[in-house]
Design a protein. Sequence first.
Length: 173
Amino acid sequence: MGVIVRRLEEDDVVENFDCKDEALNNYLKKHAWSNQQKISIGVTYVVVDELACKTVLGYFTLATSAIPRDSFPKKHVRGLPAYHLPLILLARLAVDHRFEGKGLGRLLLREAFRISVSVSEQVGCRCIITDAYRHKVAWYAKYGFIPLEGGGEDKPTQRMFLDIRTLKAALKA
């Protein structure tokens, strides 16, 4: 199956998308387009089959954000100013359950990395951050994300980050 990753378009078919997570399904179906086009708070990218190029198989959403410097481990912020650090938020990432195990999540993440590096060349950006579901922490860690402290076990997600400098070095190798 040949696939393409591109920006969400208004006429993309999202109604049948089902990643088995109602919040992620709902975001794609009800909020992704307006957040992208009308209120400019996030941009969603989709993976589609080359032969059915309007049917969404998976997606991710990127936005900008900032968090306090002291949220990071000291070794990652040594020498930085004592104010909020700019970052790219990987706000959502999901694959339709019917296409799990085909490498689409990895493909989407790789595209998010490529976009993030490009953005970091244009504007200040220290890292990529995400709030990973607890059962996905190991998956994100496999790609270099590091858990931030303070994400107590009672929370459904674990905040994780990946330093842009680490990502740039990996992409050059």
